[in-house]
Write a protein that binds this ligand. Structure first.
Ligand SMILES: NCc1[nH]cc(CCC(=O)O)c1CC(=O)O
Ligand SMILES: [Mg+2]
Length: 322
């Protein structure tokens, strides 16, 4: 034999020398769920080990993430039913929970990169990402609200807005309103290739935001397709997206790879709630080693081409990597 491939796998030192993909805590974006109240820490039933926090406790959580080397958080808020409507009124409230959360986190940990979800579903009586007319999710009226929502997040101090709605044309509209208001340092992380996925189920439990009728297939992408992921992503880049996202992650590694080979901005991947729940459930049953599964999964997402990974395992993985 001229070449014995096992030579480069012989021991941990050699394996470390030739390892191509190294996870770092700064690869992770930690999604956080914020609720009203004080001293609230509620476990999400379908996401064991993951919590909704009130503002006072979220700040502690963010400090811990920062001390572990995690550089970014992605904020979601739970909106009480009485503040939901079909117009996104609460989404643009300068004193809304999202806007207060951004300020509190930036005050407590000024260095951390605060990203905010921009979509109407937590604020919608219909649980849809946009304004509903009849059974339609109307594009342009939704985009108009999303621009104001993005501006309000920027005014509160968000570093990046992250539109997750999949309306057409919203990235350009958001970029324009940010420019017009001199928010020239506010980034846009666009959910560009976001698929209509059953893996979002636990997240909709977390925020009580499941669609009241129908599904999201008229705006989120069909999992049968990959070509349109390229089109969606190229459009978002042309419209001013700084970072583009593929979501979910594990069932879409091919999409991450295609985009990595095609576009020239950082790609983030969202390892979503259902992907978290699957690992947790199998680990609870003793069927998978949780820590090893976390590291293998996140490494595979990075290897596929993601520079950033939004994951509910951000803190666990950062600890494992210390
Ligand atoms: N637009 C809202 C939004 N932003 C992130 C997720 C899902 C995240 C997860 O499952 O972890 C969703 C849910 C949805 O589109 O229905
Ligand atoms: Mg698009």
């Amino acid at each position: 034999m001229i070449r014995r491939n096992r030579i480069l796998r012989a021991n941990p030192a050699i394996r470390a020398m030739v390892a191509e993909t190294i996870l770092r805590p700064s690869d992770f974006i930690a999604p956080l769920f914020v609720v009203e109240g004080k001293g609230v820490k509620e476990e999400i039933i379908s996401m064991p080990g993951y919590f909704r926090y009130s503002l006072d406790l979220i700040v502690t959580e963010v400090k811990e993430l920062w001390s572990l080397g995690v550089k970014s958080v992605l904020l979601f808020v739970m909106v009480p039913d009485n503040l939901k409507d079909n117009k996104g009124t609460e989404a643009v409230n300068p004193d809304g929970l999202m806007q207060r959360s951004i300020k509190a986190i930036k005050d407590a940990v000024p260095g951390i990169v605060v990203m905010t979800d921009v979509a109407l579903d937590p604020y919608s009586i219909h649980g849809h990402d946009g304004i509903v007319e009849g059974e339609q999710i109307v594009n342009d009226a939704t985009v108009e609200v999303l621009t104001r929502m993005s501006l309000s997040h920027a005014q509160a101090g968000a570093d990046f807005v992250a539109p997750s709605d999949m309306m057409d044309g919203r990235i350009l509209a958001i970029r324009n309103i940010l420019e017009e208001n001199n928010f020239t340092n506010t980034g846009i992380m666009a959910y560009s290739a976001k698929y209509a996925s059953c893996f979002y189920g636990p997240f909709r439990d977390a925020l009580d935001s499941a669609p009241g009728f129908g599904d999201k297939k008229t705006y989120q992408m069909d999992y049968a397709n990959s070509t349109e992921a390229i089109l969606e992503t190229q459009q978002d880049i042309e419209q001013g997206a700084d970072i583009v996202m593929v979501k979910p992650a594990l069932a879409y590694l091919d999409i991450i790879r295609i985009l990595k080979d095609t576009v020239h901005v950082p790609i983030s991947a969202y390892h979503v709630s259902g992907e978290y729940a699957m690992i947790k459930a199998a680990a609870q049953k003793g069927w998978l080693d949780e820590n090893k599964t976390i590291l293998e999964t996140l490494t595979s997402i990075k290897r596929a081409g993601a520079s950033l990974i939004a994951t509910y395992f951000a803190k666990d993985a950062a600890k494992l990597l210390q």
